[in-house]
Design a binder for this molecule. Sequence first.
Ligand SMILES: [Zn+2]
Length: 417
Amino acid sequence: MKKTKHEKAVSKLARVVLDAADKRAGDIIKSYVDVSAMMAFKFLADELQAVRESYEKDFKEFCKTNGFTQYKVKDIESAAIGQIDLNVFKQYVTILNMQKAVDDWVNRFPNIARKYGITVENPMGRPIARLLLGRTRVEVWRRGEDYANKGRVRILDYDENQVKAIVSGTQNYEVFLKLLARGMRKQCTCPYASGDVCKHMVATALIWDNIRGFAPLAEDKVEMETIHPPPISRKQIAACYARPLKADLDIIRVATDYYNLSPKEHARLPRCPRIETYEKVPLTLTEVKGSLKEMERWTKRKTYHHYFCAGEMAAAFSELLDVIYSRLPASKPDEAISIVAYCVNWRYRKFEQVADGSDGVWIFPVARIGRIVAWLLKKYPTHPAWQDFNRTIEDVGHCWGEELNTEIIANWKYACF
Ligand SMILES: [Zn+2]
């Protein structure tokens, strides 16, 4: 009965500490404090009671000598604990000569100690949670946090290098984590864990780091570094390749990030180079050359990556070709034909150099070039400008060992190559 009352008092005090805690602290931090603060205050209150009992009948005298009132000490052990000033509590700890008890407490709960402004020695060992981040799916991480917050981790044994814990979920699972010179060893008895990071490992890692004195990871770091499911599916990507002229170019822009297991930070390119989009304005070769020059300048950026930017280059080139296509009816045939010859040339001599073609993203602009040529051929089948066009593309084809002619290029629109 008395024990229950005592425990109630301790949790009430823990609540006071939490309320006083920095209001800006995240819920997660608060919850960590919650679990460990309750343990810490139970420990301190027990120590305090032990000290008082050791003074026995002299306690009254002791209190008088040290200038504090007995009832305050009793408050700490009683249900009235919620009203006590934490500074008074700290003061009693000092007066009652409980420094050793406080030191033990600091060792066990360094993060809470920091909250009281107590200087903590260097944290113990190395943190492990940040090593797990990049190998954990974000939803697994969130469940692990939830388990840690709900106090489902029972640490069986730990030192600075390894930890053993029982994590209770639908069943009890045993987790073992060990820091190695490079990387870590991780085990869990749950079925999910074969090869993957499971929520039990995450929960254990968070608690182990916490009790060794490491601050919780920043929320944005967790968001950034965990593995997120791709916002686009393989099916969507396949649909783009199946119908390149109808492809959603925004999918093509990011697709290369998802083909590869280790995408790199790379330049984010504009959607389209500068070009007049009003369809009633006739095209000029000069402006198209200017737009393509602009795209060439993008590739000079420090963060330009010929593989990871390929999707964006293909998409931007496609956007440009779509604008050209929309302006064909307003344009002069000889100008339009020389523009498309220039685009074929640019595709081979520039685009192929700056954009990795291994994922086949080139089919998107190429299908559009085909559509433009097919449209022009239908409208101006015998225009003399085709002679120049043929000469240009034959030269290009020759360099690339490909046979090129107007018919072949017009067929590009079906993207069957
Ligand atoms: Zn597990």
